[in-house]
Design a binder for this molecule. Sequence first.
Ligand SMILES: [Zn+2]
Length: 255
Amino acid sequence: MPSEKTPAIVLRTVEFSETSLIVTLFTREFGKISALAKGARRPKGPFESALDLLALVRIVFLRKSSDVLDLLTEAKLDRRFRAGARDLNRLYAGFYVAELLAELTDTHDPHPELFDAADQSLLALDGQISPATAVLWLELTALSRLGHLPTLDVCAACSREVEVVDRVPFGLLAGGLLCAACRSGQRQVVSVRAEIIGTMQRFLDATMDWRELVIPVDQRGELRGLLNNYLNHLMGHRSRLQSYLNGLTAADRGR
Ligand SMILES: [Zn+2]
């Protein structure tokens, strides 16, 4: 049985027995894993309370066959997620990051760049950067890395270029902008302001430092609504945290 080492982010912990936890981790080298952490609930257990939600840890685990839990043998704390202690908006934003990673990625399917992005966004949430900025950047980066990014310049149905002026039709099921010819045949189409598409493109522009980006206040509600709808279709259900994200939009004015 191979013993594997990797940095990881704690996405979820569930009590398994009086002394053990089942931990869902997003690992840098192996993607999402679910592992049994024996003794993790004992005060002086082998994991020294490293298995906190959203903590960045270095783990060693034994990889089992696909239908059994992996076995966690070591977890050392690199960084705890502290933002939640000072600001509820940052706490919910952190929970949402964990939910996105858990829902959108598959077990044992590694995405190191997405891991690094998640690490950066959690670090940003722990600092001074607007939670709305950190959340939007991670959402778009995750969609991009996982091959689910909606088209923002060409028609999602026929790949012809779409002129983005005034308002443009956006197909939630088709996966992005729609040209005039394709629009009529599509279900679940919303009309989106051109500025909203422009903001999403700026957040995806790797030549810009996303930490410097601010979402204009008058775009926040519409942008949040669009991403909520798009992600709900992708995940097949409504995120339980979205009502908090809407609150984040309202509370988080400016930076
Ligand atoms: Zn088209």
